[in-house]
Design a protein around this ligand. Structure first.
Ligand code: SF4
Length: 329
């Protein structure tokens, strides 16, 4: 095997890396940088070089399997756990015409398989069939209105938003695994009633385990892109949770918070919970009472700029300050 080939093969798998959504995830890079059907303004991989909607053969599924197997064996020898084998490449994973074959081969490893997709090709039968083979599928739903979709995701000219949304609906009717959505919010966009519209769309999917509200946490392609402000994140959270139920909505805002793991340290636990979802004032009071402490904890966290106080429709909420907006360490 030539050195170039060897290097190519070596880049097919990476990690395992910790992920709040997926636990310990071994990443699979089945697409050459940067081949995508979108060119999202916030993409951390830079502008799309190869903009396409045509599925192609990029790497041999057998090579992907071998490389993933090698990484899994390495991890096992170090006693490291792997929760998911995750297709999260330098582009759109469904553009790989052999995605289904790769998933079938990887089944032998007996670790659940996840695919993080922008969902733009999900309406195609062959793509849908491949994705149905995964244990978990994460779908991008940044907008359900044409103008916002075009502005944020900058799709390939042949793509149609309605077809994609219909494809997601159909996929949800058939998929038996875990289905999650991810909505990336950025500053400087007038979302208007978009959160209601997205929540309405998500609510009517037959299957949706969790709706994640995310912000860009790594340098974006376009310099003007900044993470949405806390006020916007809170508004989106409240609208989503009203429609979907509070248990089905979570933030992905750059902290590895876990609302369900209590350490017994009040400040730490409050910051972990509010990194995942905002807390209403009454809930915070209740929490402090149970922990045998008082409001001074909140005052301290606010002063240290670790927590932020927000108002939404007459209620007060507390959420963890976004890492990018903190003034002091
Ligand atoms: S879909 Fe993903 S890889 Fe493609 S441009 Fe958007 S963020 Fe980047």
């Amino acid at each position: 095997m030539e050195v170039a080939d060897l290097e190519g093969v070596q880049r097919l798998a990476f990690g395992p890396v910790p992920s709040r959504r997926l636990g310990k995830s071994l990443g699979i890079n089945n697409i050459p940088a940067k081949t995508c059907s979108y060119s999202c303004v916030y993409c951390q991989l830079g502008r799309t070089i190869n903009m396409t909607t045509e599925r192609q053969a990029f790497y041999k599924p057998e090579d992907i399997f071998m490389e993933v197997k090698r990484k899994v064996d390495e991890a096992i020898s170090r006693n490291e756990r792997i929760d998911y084998l995750t297709f999260v490449p330098d582009g759109e994973p469904a553009l790989d015409v052999d995605l289904g074959k790769a998933i079938s081969l990887l089944r032998q490893i007996e670790i659940p398989i996840a695919v993080i997709t922008n969902a733009s090709l999900i309406w195609q039968d062959d793509v849908k069939e491949d994705l149905l083979e995964a244990n978990l599928v994460s779908l991008k739903v940044d907008a359900v209105s044409e103008d916002l979709w075009r502005r944020i995701n900058r799709p390939h000219k042949d793509l149609k938003l309605n077809t994609i949304l219909e494809g997601i609906r159909e996929f949800g009717n058939e998929f038996k695994g875990e289905m999650i959505s991810e909505t990336m919010l950025i500053d400087g966009i007038n979302y208007g009633h978009e959160f209601e519209k997205i929540a309405h769309f998500l609510k009517h999917l037959k299957r949706l385990d969790k709706a994640y509200i995310a912000i860009p946490t790594r340098p974006p392609t376009e310099k003007w892109v900044k993470p949405a402000k806390e006020e916007i994140l809170n508004a989106a959270f409240q609208v989503f949770s009203e429609k979907l139920g509070v248990d089905r909505v979570e933030y992905l805002i750059g902290y590895e918070g876990n609302a369900f793991a209590f350490t017994g340290r009040v400040e730490q636990d409050l910051l972990s919970i509010t990194a995942v979802h905002p807390m209403r004032k009454e809930a915070v009071k209740e929490f402090l009472k149970k922990a045998n402490t008082d409001w001074r904890v909140i005052e301290k966290l606010l002063k240290e700029d670790k927590l932020i106080e927000l108002e939404y429709e007459g209620n007060q909420y507390y959420m963890r300050r976004l890492p990018s907006r903190r003034k002091v360490k």
